[in-house]
Write a protein that binds this ligand. Structure first.
Ligand code: ADP
Ligand code: MG
Length: 147
């Protein structure tokens, strides 16, 4: 494992493509001000810990990139928090400690194959984050420093 890296900001509106309907809601963060971090880290799928002000710290699996399946022209930061929430949390401060990388961004021939791969990413993230090398970052003060 390499050093973790950090991104935070208020949860913004995404494209509203119904990822929630697919069971894969992603709490989008603005890419503004994060250009240098994003250029240091390739597009792809990462995992780590997410701190949500007033709520807690959760496992997360995250896509950073262009979402080729949807032909985006803008890069996005989209963590899926691995927890069931009873409501949306747009506007809340979200802190991410990114501890590991799963795979590069690739295109998929169908929505089904995209969703299948994301579910596999989730299982990999869930298990990896239980390992001491990754679970120790759950206590990083950055995650809750906005509470
Ligand atoms: P958008 O396109 O606006 O990002 P999504 O369909 O990706 O919409 O849904 C994301 C929103 O759903 C988040 O901004 C958040 O308010 C809410 N949400 C609820 N549960 C979760 C979760 N487990 N992980 C991420 N976001 C969640
Ligand atoms: Mg989203």
């Amino acid at each position: 494992p390499t050093e973790p890296w950090y991104i935070g900001g208020p949860v913004i509106k995404g494209f509203g493509r119904g990822s929630k309907v697919l069971g894969i809601p992603t709490a989008n963060l603005s890419t503004k001000g994060h250009w240098s971090l994003l250029s240091e880290h390739p597009s792809g799928v990462y995992f780590g810990w997410a701190g949500l002000s007033t709520r807690g710290v959760y496992k997360m699996v995250m896509s950073i990139g262009w979402n080729p399946y949807f032909n985006n022209t803008e890069k996005t930061i989209e963590p899926w928090l691995l927890h069931e929430f009873n409501e949306d949390f747009y506007g809340e401060e979200l802190r991410l400690v990114i501890v590991g990388y799963i795979r590069p961004e690739v295109n998929f021939p169908s929505l089904e194959s995209l969703i299948g791969k994301i579910q596999e990413d989730r299982r990999i993230a869930e298990r990896a984050l239980d390992l001491p090398v990754y679970s120790k970052h759950k206590d990083d003060p950055y995650l809750i420093s906005s509470l």
